[in-house]
Design a protein around this ligand. Sequence first.
Ligand code: PMT
Length: 222
Amino acid sequence: FPARSLAGEHVVLTAGPTREAIDPVRYISNRSSGRMGFALAAAAARAGARVTLVSGPVALPTPPGVERVDVESAAQMHDAVMARIADCTIFIACAAVADYRVATPADAKIKKNDADMALALVRNPDILADVAGGAQAPFTVGFAAETNDMQANAEGKRRRKGLDMIAANWVGRPGSGFDAEDNALEVSWDGGSVALGPSPKTRLAEALLEVVEQRLRDKQSQ
Ligand code: PMT
């Protein structure tokens, strides 16, 4: 992967899961390890970009040359991204952001009793859609984590959110997606697509960034 190919770009990425508090000691979350997003951040820094990585709670070291911002909830991730998006030229949403949060998190630990319990959930803001829909939007890349109808679901997300590109992956099966070392991506944009992998997330990150760079240059020359 060419060493200076992303020089002059400011890449902002999200990675990892979010945690949505139920009470001070409990939360709703998912199986994202952050590996895919951290591999992308590392590869973008190696390619010469300025890199800002907004990460949910993960157990990974910060890649060299990357500015890292740690957050917990989707609302915090949304605010952290929006505060840093003004001079961003490439935005990659790799985080597994909770679509819902608990309507009213309890101030104190919830005590059990013999009754069943229901949690009321409300929608979280969509970080990716807000970035893509903003004025002066950067080149915007979304991910789609799917357990069925991957291509159709990913294409729907790309169009609905107004993205330049979407990278779809299978989740809930061994060898790809959440918490795996390897992954495979079906990458698509308006008028084209390419399949990448299966390969280690580190190598896949470089391959995806090459495709991003090509499409960015094409968009700039239009
Ligand atoms: O972290 P790993 O263990 O390495 O696993 C990698 C991964 C499987 C998490 C990653 O490759 C991946 O697929 N990330 C996206 C997971 C996801 O939440 O997908 P989604 O189809 O639900 O969301 C679609 C897109 O919208 C994603 O780019 C997501 O970041 C974004 N989104 C979703 C909801 C929201 N409120 N804000 C968002 O920005």
